[in-house]
Design a binder for this molecule. Sequence first.
Ligand code: COA
Length: 332
Amino acid sequence: MLAVLRGVGGALPARAVTNEDLEARLDTTDEWIRSRTGIGTRHQVDPGTATSDLAVAAGRLALENAGVDTVDVVIVATSTPDHRCPATAPDVAARLGLGTVPAFDIAAVCSGFVYGLVQADALIRAGVGERVLLIGADTFSTLVDPADRANAVIFGDGAGAVVLGAGTDDDLGALGPFTLGSDGTALDLIRVEAGGSRRPGVDPEEPSAWFSMQGRAVFAAAVAAMADACRSVLGSSGWTADDVDHLVAHQANRRILTMVAAAIGVAPERAVLHLDRVGNTSAASIPLALAAHASEMRPGDRVLLTAFGGGTTWGAGALTWPDLDRPAITLV
Ligand code: COA
């Protein structure tokens, strides 16, 4: 048995923040943001709305899309949990009425969803459960200094969820093979320096309490790692670049997506672009892109997934698109 995709759903905060909104309060322009990143709009939570609120909404839609109301495991991939302790997943499971199932978080930043797919697949293969709800959910607006023009323009909040069931590799929706990797020597490329156990109790106004990113170095590392991971999965799946109907890469930056596609020989029009509407939603970006672009995918299409994130971490995986009802994305 292995993991098979059975349902998809997404959730975005109702409040959209356009480039024009950011122009009004930051030293930036719509032209700079669009030309450097491809982003036009992102959504942000209002104070009082937490990552779990988005995760619950996305999870509910994925369960509906799959036509099920029980699962055996709940996994939430996030680096913006509601609390430093405990994990967000048990709360999400309880609020979805899923009972006392095992529930835990994965912290692999923007690669969290792909890490979660591998974890879900392993749990299904091991017989721990037959059905897993995996949710990628992040509220980076709570991590990024609103006055930091370099990062405030890039990130958006959101959640995307999938239901994975036990099946075989002949089933539509079959996932895998996968590859994962990390490089902790590049820890400082993407991080929130303070507020963890190394520097607890820091004044929230200190710059070290906010998210920081070395944009140029991240750009280069993201292209290299995602291209390598994709090549690895193409090799192990036996797919050629021409076989890939849709490249669903982590929605970080349009230029990164174009360069990864070019590096592995996938036609640029096959690279799914969702970031123009939602920005970089970190762990939510791949399932949100799947939910938003499902109408362009036909049963049996070959989908190559890949992500890169803080840690640094990366991964890729193969997916044969299932026969799904059209997934929904709700506003919270
Ligand atoms: N508006 C206007 N100017 C801005 C700006 C903004 N929002 N943000 C930064 N700038 C300025 C910088 O201050 C710098 O000015 P200077 O030359 O006077 O010092 C200039 O633009 C160029 O900055 P730089 O960081 O070199 O730009 P860049 O071309 O590398 O683009 C990123 C910046 C962040 C868009 C780009 O590096 C990137 O996309 N990196 C990957 C980020 C990412 O996707 N992370 C997630 C991966 S999980």
